[in-house]
Design a protein around this ligand. Structure first.
Ligand code: ADP
Length: 500
């Protein structure tokens, strides 16, 4: 790559030739970084380099923040009618659909997820989310509050300002849409940092942002290392809000950094979400959902229902049905092949981490019931792991308590509803949870008792851009998606008018 190239022509493994931006996106232009520093990105299915992109240093973060602050004051954005702002998001949604094949190709190449999942899940979901928030842009308003005949009191919803957004690598485009959609609908400006493992698709999206007609500086995209670029964004005094998706440990770091100027914060962090199967449940359906709830996206899902608790009487039957489901569905292979359900893990580091949890499970005395090793049958390369099932797992084990973030599940049994709820809640996390039962009274009772931001009754990991998403306890602060997602990107101002 020449030092000056900020866009490169690339040919993806599926033969698609396209122009990949590799610069920093500031003020609607792709530019080099001040450090000339670059970040290499790897195809996890082959372990070979795809390309490298510019990484932002502190000066670049400053430039992006200045661009975003300037855009906040510019009449072209500040005075833009909310309906027009919404139109830009609708236009962006349509462009995402027009470029779906390229975006899904990049996502599969850079992340390793199956192409069909990228196309029908990530890219389609990105367009829907942007369109949904485009619809909200001119429906965000305050209220008049009755406070007696001599007073008029009303509220207005104002933008927060410059929003720093730091995202993870598991769903790069979707995570960007979940954050850009509500931020832009509310009239904010943005400095967004994709994860260093997946820098490419969001840079391509940046080009579509410009094409949609967003004024310069409204959206800025900076790639870079978390501890450099991410930390600069989190600490920057010119940024008013920080939104983060990633690990709980990094979330804590970000809270500390953001405290310097008391930024508004929203965090979506880790989980070890329970899935409860009661003895009256439809076991086939429970096994089907339980499988996708932990094995989809190579198990790299914050809300993965990775801790399965099954009532004693149906434990053996459920374990058999679950393993059958893994055998029939989790086809591991080249992510560009349509039949593939499971691609490689994102990096060697994640691959090694999962293998170390497998060793820990064996060492702690759980029964390794399925999988438990690397999968070498896809051209002999790539970070593939066989879907892994541990049974006879007990509450004190590390594999029961800690988030693994891979195709890895622990299954344990319980006797009573009281025990199931107590054990489901025995975790520092509180993101998702599932309950399988035909008894609807019990389903709603358990849904209320579970300490989690989301409960799925007779399903797992149903996600919808119209429905709030987020966690309690150490799984996060605030909500994304739905109308609730707008709260994270707007402040309420109260105006008191004295009428006498
Ligand atoms: P992982 O450990 O899987 O890489 P992280 O939670 O560390 O997950 O990363 C999520 C996002 O947070 C990435 O964009 C990463 O670059 C960023 N990040 C990591 N460390 C920091 C940090 N100290 N400050 C700000 N951002 C960070």
């Amino acid at each position: 790559m020449s030092d000056l190239a900020v866009e490169l022509e690339l040919v993806a493994p599926n033969g698609l030739k396209y122009v990949q931006p590799v610069g920093l996106f500031i003020n609607n232009e792709f530019v080099e970084s001040s450090l000339k520093g670059k970040l290499s990105t790897i195809n996890p299915a082959t372990e070979t380099e795809i390309t490298s992109v510019y990484a932002a240093g502190p000066e670049d973060v400053d430039s992006a923040v200045q661009a975003a602050r300037k855009a906040l004051r510019e009449p072209s954005w500040r005075n833009m009618h909310a309906t027009e702002r919404g139109d830009l998001l609708l236009k962006l949604a349509s462009l995402v659909e027009e470029h779906a094949h390229v975006l899904a190709t990049i996502e599969t190449w850079d992340n390793g997820k199956p192409y069909q999942h990228a196309l029908q899940g990530d890219v389609a979901g990105t367009a829907k989310c942007l369109r949904y928030y485009g619809g909200w842009a001119d429906k965000i308003h305050g209220e008049v509050i009755e406070s007696g005949p001599s007073k008029l009191a009303y509220t207005v919803r104002e933008l927060v300002g410059v929003c720093g957004q730091i995202i993870l690598w598991n769903f790069p485009l979707s995570m960007a849409a979940w954050k850009l959609g509500p931020a832009l609908a509310c009239g904010n400006t943005v400095v967004l940092k994709p994860a260093e493992q997946t820098p490419l698709s969001v840079l391509y999206l940046a080009r579509l942002v410009k094409e949609a007609g967003f004024p310069p500086g409204v959206v800025n995209i900076l790639n870079g290392q978390g501890t450099v670029t991410g930390a600069c964004i989190a600490a920057h005094p010119g940024i008013d809000k920080i939104a983060f998706t990633g690990s709980t440990a990094t979330g804590r770091q970000i809270m500390k950094l953001a405290s310097a100027n008391m930024k508004n914060i929203s965090l979506e962090t880790g989980g070890k979400s329970p899935l409860l199967v009661f003895d009256d449940a439809d076991l086939d359906s429970a096994a089907t959902w339980a499988h996708s709830g932990v094995m989809y996206n190579q198990g790299q899902i914050c809300t993965a229902t990775s801790r399965i608790l099954v009532q004693e009487a149906v434990y053996d039957e459920f374990v058999t049905a679950f393993k059958d489901r893994v055998r029939s569905t989790s086809k591991i292979g080249d992510p560009f092949e349509d039949a593939t359900y499971q691609g490689p893990q994102i990096t060697k580091a994640q691959f090694d981490r999962i293998l170390s949890y497998i060793e820990s499970g064996k060492h702690e005395g759980a029964t390794l019931s399925m999988g438990g090793d690397a999968y070498k049958d896809v051209n002999g390369r790539g970070f593939f792991i066989a879907p892994t099932v541990f049974t006879d797992v007990t509450d004190g084990m590390k594999i029961y308590q800690e988030e693994v973030f891979g195709p890895f599940v622990v299954i344990s049994s319980f006797r009573t509803e009281e025990e199931a709820v107590r054990r489901a809640n025995d975790t520092t996390y509180g993101l998702g949870s599932s309950v399988f039962t035909r008894d609807m009274k019990r389903a709603h009772r358990v849904a209320r008792d579970i300490e989690a931001g989301m409960v799925w009754i007779n399903s797992s990991n149903d996600s919808d851009y119209r429905i709030p998403f987020g966690g309690v306890k150490q799984s996060g602060i605030g909500r994304e998606l739905g109308e609730a997602g707008l709260a994270a990107y707007s402040n309420i101002k109260s105006i008191h008018v004295n009428l006498i």
